[in-house]
Design a protein around this ligand. Structure first.
Ligand code: HXC
Length: 522
């Protein structure tokens, strides 16, 4: 039959293009958007967890979410894949975000899921916006085999490429097992919620099979384990609501990218004098006190966000505002282990210093350190290697750096805590400062060992020698007279002096010769 012989008349009257057909299509769209697995949602709620979309509602400004690839389907058999991805605002500032949806195949990650994540990560870097990931997933989608692993690799590579360019925040609100745990580990900050979030490389069954050790999911990788023992979690919360509220708070303290300053707010002048400050710190160098009280007195409105609050408490790292501008505070904590530096404290402070430096956040270091924690545990655990990280991080930091020595600063720990020799721009000291190779008593015991052993009254001799040593070598103006301290200040003037120092250093630039990268001791 030729074309001309064909009967082109329709067999039935065609559906006219009409308002009704458009309505049908809109209805279908609405149905697809509303699709969801009700049983899985009820189960998620029963576990005390919210759905991916409910979490995004808590995280983002109302009505700001722009979703990407909502209808993209992978191998789950569901109407969409197990991740909700897109962009939104927090306090009016743009971020990119993805939230894994445990109600669809356990939030497991296959190729389509991974590509949605890759897309928002690429857009975050292209637009200079922070990335927030909300993790709740059974890991690699087993049915997709190596393609799932390939998808993870693409996330990790993008995280490393974006590191130091845009802030990365990982929020873990469910399982995050196997290699998937490397994604929060590569982020700048990781949040976890107690009871519902777990991270581990191998689960309890594998642990039992390999070593016979029986542990629960939470004992192996719960929020408290990572918040206080491993240091993997920077922040731990009791519930998703307070967790996501703190993610918003953290974002308010961070720049959008490494080319922009962190958001500053005008802070009225007039509260620079802090008369309570001198009474917070006992004069005797070995008396404990809470450095957080000092930080609260120095920063704006007594408000600061402590990172790793429950891990390595002997050093405190916090983001805060001073005169409205964001600063990073590192302070020894005499309340925990007398404020010594150990392996964990060195790692914690080093990572914090590097983060602040990468994102142009000035550093204020409050020093009250008796030295390094002695012992085989520490030496075998790599205390030298970890201490070197902190040293390296400070030496490398090109942001404005202000050091305030409150009381003691002994030995190598004095050098490491942002001393003049490793590049602090401004060193201030209280009249209670004692900067020395070691404390007076220890010094006398070493230097005068033979005389003390031969003395009829070693205690009296020791007291005399300690007084003489202190008078000669550790008096509060010793370092200032030699140019290692710029000024000895009234403690009540600390806030004012730091504010003046930061204003002086505001436009600091340092150009280092080109190199591929340094070899930080890892
Ligand atoms: C495919 C998965 C899945 C996965 C869960 N599901 N994990 N589907 N691939 N990895 C599905 C389940 O079959 C189930 O589907 C639904 O998600 C909910 O899971 P449940 O087991 O019912 O939930 P729950 O009891 O809460 O247990 C959660 C869980 C458990 C602890 C995460 O699902 C689990 O152990 N999953 C496997 C974890 C795992 O081994 N992942 C691979 C790790 S290797 P239905 O249809 O029944 O609702 C890996 C390598 C990454 O991730 C490497 C990157 C470099």
């Amino acid at each position: 039959m030729s074309i001309s012989e064909m009967d082109f008349r329709p067999a039935v009257r065609p559906t006219p293009r009409s308002v009704r057909s458009l309505r049908d299509r809109r209805d279908e769209l609405t149905t697809r958007v509303a699709l969801g697995n009700r049983d899985a949602v009820a189960r998620q709620h029963g576990l005390g967890k919210r759905t991916a979309r409910e979490r995004l509602e808590l995280l983002l400004d109302e009505g700001s979410f722009v979703e990407l690839e909502m209808f993209r389907r992978g191998t789950t058999g569901a109407h969409t894949d197990g991740v909700v991805a897109g962009s939104g605002t927090v306090d009016g500032r743009r971020i990119f975000v993805y939230a894994q949806d445990f109600t669809i195949s356990g939030g497991s990650l296959g190729a389509a899921h991974a590509e949605k994540i890759h897309k928002v990560m690429d857009l975050a870097v292209a637009t200079g916006s922070p990335i927030v990931s909300v993790n709740d997933s059974g890991g690699a989608r087993i049915q997709e085999g190596v393609m799932a692993l390939h998808g993870y690799g693409g996330i990790f590579r993008r995280q490393v490429e974006a590191s130091g360019i845009v802030p990365q925040i990982a929020v873990v609100l469910g399982p995050c097992a196997g290699g998937a745990a490397y994604s929060p580990a590569l982020a700048d900050f990781t949040f976890m919620v107690r009871d519902t979030a777990q991270m581990y490389l191998t689960g309890p069954d594998v642990v039992a099979a390999v070593s016979g050790e029986r542990v629960t999911h939470n004992q192996l990788g719960g929020a408290d384990v990572h918040g206080s023992l491993s240091g993997v979690a920077s922040f731990v919360h009791d519930d998703e609501e307070s967790c996501l509220a703190d993610v918003r708070y953290l974002l308010s303290l961070l720049p959008a990218n490494n080319m922009e300053p962190p958001p500053a707010y005008p802070h009225p002048a007039g509260d620079e004098l802090r008369p309570a400050l001198p009474d917070l710190v006992p004069v005797e160098p070995n008396q404990p006190y809470d450095i957080r009280g000092v930080i609260a007195e120095v920063v704006d409105d007594g408000d600061f966000l402590e990172v790793h609050e429950d891990w390595a408490g002997n050093v405190v790292c916090a983001l805060a505002r001073l005169g409205g501008e964001v600063v990073g505070i590192v302070g020894n904590q005499p309340l925990v282990l007398a404020g010594v530096l150990d392996t964990a404290a060195s790692q914690k402070a080093a990572r914090f210093v590097r983060f602040c430096d990468a994102f142009g956040i000035p550093l204020v270091t409050l020093v009250d350190v008796p030295g390094f924690l002695p012992g085989t545990d520490q030496e075998y655990g790599g205390a030298i290697r970890h201490g070197a990280k902190l040293l390296y991080a400070y030496c490398e930091a090109s942001v404005p750096r202000v050091q305030v020595i409150l009381r003691k600063a002994y030995g190598g720990a004095y050098i490491v805590m942002d001393s003049r020799s490793i590049g602090c721009d401004l060193s201030l000291a209280w009249p209670t400062n004692e900067i020395a190779v070691m404390g007076a008593e220890a010094a006398v015991n070493v230097v005068h060992r033979k005389e003390l052993a031969a003395s009829a009254d070693p205690d009296e001799l020791r007291a005399t020698l300690i007084a003489a040593y202190s008078e000669e070598l550790v008096h509060p103006y010793y370092a200032a007279e030699r140019g290692l301290v710029d000024d000895v200040i009234d403690p009540a003037q600390t806030r004012a002096a730091v504010l003046r120092g930061l204003a002086m250093l505001r436009d600091k630039r340092r150009r280092a010769p080109a190199r591929k990268h340094g070899n930080v001791p890892l």
